[in-house]
Design a protein around this ligand. Structure first.
Ligand code: COA
Length: 421
């Protein structure tokens, strides 16, 4: 494909940390011209957070800002605000995820920008939605996981609420926002008008926790949840408990030890007992006698002693590595996978060849690994490039807005803008 699908879409990326940048990065992968607007003193905070090389942009930044350009500008100065307004007049989308009220305080709130450019789509991430009593709170990932129902339902019953390593609050909110922005772009084709699209991190987490809201209602109706480890021998209260590694649907499953688990913390597989494939599952495990045994043959009969069954399967797994076990089980249609460490993922040749993990070049750090597009298209393959240096494109952006060389120099002298030298 000579032109990527979002070619020609101009995005002002007024975002920071992870939620907003994840959204705009994907727009850039798909062809949009994404201009990251950053503070003159240091830019996005993630450029400096958890650095692994002194004075070089941290991986936290580089992995969320590929394929973008960078403009470093003090938008709180009159000159900076004027530049922003010029950019906005010509933009299709502005994305921001600043603290509640920050854009209004800067004079760049939705009402004003909508008047300035009625076609503009204004995408926003906040911790809580506008109707929430907590809408004024600043929010980071784990705060959202706690407010969205993920933490209270994750972990083991005898431990505290637990957050997931997956960025359910941050990148997930960014992906929700992206869906909203693309929808608004399609709507604009019809109406000619832009709109404000907002996603709260609490709502985005909740959207992924919908099965737990399902369980709350089941619990209130029947008093128990048969797929949870607490059933039938434990106790339930009136809230959805933490279910450890139990499967969230009607197919029971658990993380099971494989050969070498004593030394390797990831020598495990996830094993699922799929009701309709119980026969082949028993064959795979060398337990054909379980197929018709009334104590094993139905899900209901298995549930009271499901952990004895898992212990039996672990005995079968004891002399097999996680990869060997999966190779056997796949032949019998058992839904399963090895538990993969980040090291295994980083060096996985299949993830590399599919473009899900890519090695890209950065001007100051050399090559580094980042995630590629998890969405595959028949029409095109996104090319992932390195992230920009702070202010790398400042002068080119100002020139495109028809600022003269003298004016650009004056803006530098007044510290309204910064370029990377
Ligand atoms: N020039 C001048 N000022 C700028 C600027 C620029 N280019 N870019 C940002 N600023 C200012 C903002 O206007 C704000 O000023 P104010 O506080 O005087 O109004 C200030 O920098 C800080 O902005 P912010 O990015 O919001 O940082 P923060 O440290 O106060 O809060 C968060 C960080 C993430 C907690 C907060 O932005 C937030 O809750 N965002 C919404 C939810 C979210 O996305 N969370 C993060 C998920 S990864």
């Amino acid at each position: 494909m000579s032109q990527l699908p979002l070619t020609g879409i101009k995005v002002i990326d007024f975002t920071g940390v992870q939620a907003g940048p994840a959204c705009t990065q994907m727009m850039a992968w798909f062809g949009a011209d994404v201009l990251k607007v950053e503070r003159v003193n240091g830019g996005d905070v993630t450029r400096h957070q958890l650095r692994d090389i002194p004075d070089v942009d941290a991986l936290y930044f580089t992995m969320l800002n590929s394929n973008k350009r960078s403009l470093a500008i003090d938008t709180k100065t009159p000159e900076g605000e004027e530049i922003m307004e010029k950019l906005i007049q010509d933009a299709d989308v502005l994305v921001e995820n600043m603290a509640p009220g920050a854009l209004d305080r800067m004079g760049l709130g939705w009402e004003h920008l909508h008047k300035l450019n009625p076609r503009l789509i204004f995408g926003s991430v906040k911790g809580f939605n506008d109707d929430s009593p907590w809408s004024d709170l600043k929010v980071y990932e784990n705060v959202a996981q706690c407010a969205g129902g993920a933490a209270s339902t994750t972990g083991f019953w005898d431990g505290p609420p637990t957050v997931s390593a997956a960025a359910l609050g941050d990148s997930n909110s960014g992906m929700h926002l992206l869906i909203g922005i693309l929808t608004a772009l399609l709507d604009r084709e019809r109406t000619g008008r832009g709109q404000r699209v907002s996603v709260s991190m609490q709502d985005a987490v909740l959207n992924l926790c919908r099965v737990k809201l399902r369980d709350q209602q089941r619990l209130e109706r029947v008093g128990y949840l048969e797929e949870y480890p607490q059933y039938p021998n434990g106790t339930f209260t009136d809230v959805v408990p933490r279910g450890g590694n139990a499967g969230g649907g009607g197919q029971p499953g658990w993380v099971l030890k494989c050969k070498g688990w004593e030394e390797d913390p990831n020598a495990y597989i996830y094993f699922t007992i799929q009701e309709q494939d119980w026969g082949p599952t028993c064959q795979a495990l060398g337990k054909p006698e379980w197929i018709d045994d009334p104590a094993y043959s139905t899900a209901q009969a298995r549930q009271p002693h499901i952990f004895d069954i898992f212990a039996e399967i672990e005995r079968w797994l004891a002399d097999k590595t996680k990869y060997e076990a999966v190779d056997i089980l796949r032949e019998y249609g058992v839904p399963c996978a090895p538990v993969l460490s980040m090291k295994e993922i980083a060096y996985d040749p299949a993830l590399r060849s599919s473009g899900s993990v890519v090695e890209v070049e950065h001007k100051e750090r050399g090559t580094y690994l980042t995630v590629g597009s998890p969405i595959k298209f028949t029409g095109f393959t996104p090319t992932i490039t390195g992230s920009p240096l702070l202010g790398e494109h400042t002068d080119e952006v100002l020139a495109s807005l028809r600022y003269s060389e003298e004016e650009i120099t004056a803006l530098h002298e007044k510290k309204v803008v910064v370029s990377h030298d």
